[in-house]
Design a protein around this ligand. Sequence first.
Ligand SMILES: [Zn+2]
Length: 279
Amino acid sequence: MDSFHPSFDLLSHAFEEEENVLSQQTSSAELIRTPSESSEDTDQADHKWLPMPFWAKLLRQHLPQSREPDHSKPITIISGCTGAAAEIGVFEALRLPFLVMSASDPNEKCLSFVTENYPKHTPTHWFRDLDAQRLRKACLRHSSACTCDPCPIGKGMADFALTGSPCHPFSRLRSNRSGTVEQHHEYETTMSSLLDWVETFEPKAWVMEQVQGFDMKYDKDASDTPMRRFLQRIAERQFSIGGGYWLLKFELDMASWIAITRPRNGKWRVHWSLLTGLQ
Ligand SMILES: [Zn+2]
């Protein structure tokens, strides 16, 4: 496997600078802040700026270093079941050069959404689903082609992957979730198709998004959770280029960033898992 993309080096420094600026701004704001005893104000105080992601430097320390890094090359991305192509928005905001080689999503409206909103970064190929992408079938943008190549730079060479496989089987908001997770028709999309996909492309770094229920027991008597079983299945796969992945798990509460107006039972949390190449 090739080394980690050098732009992450720049990103690490950018985080440091950003944190310094935000820290100064927060200090200035605190000086003119009017004390309040309202509960809303207390909540705001808890939502201070996110600290610098300590793991960015740790990741780099544990990943192979490029002998002659080429910062002019774009970060190569492969995307699976992403919905609104959040990765495009993020890389644009970070002002990092990038190329989305391919994406997949069963909802064809997603392609229209991405084409309208990100005309400069529309993925080169857009596949119907994870399996069509992995099997190099003709994509929705080139329906008359015999085949489309989702990752022309080869296995183990994509710098970054983002996947958001269906959450319905795992969601704790599904009323009859207990004991029925494995029977849900979309269960194997995550537990089999996604693993086939990752084994095929073996990206250097991979962010996987799932709901809180992904790491909740199958039922009250179960000893494991879908996430733990998913990790067991990853360990059984053959990663011939990099040897496997390190896992970092983040538990995020969307209410920290946006106002959720739909009534929900309790807080709505999302798991983000960052998996990076072992080599
Ligand atoms: Zn295509």
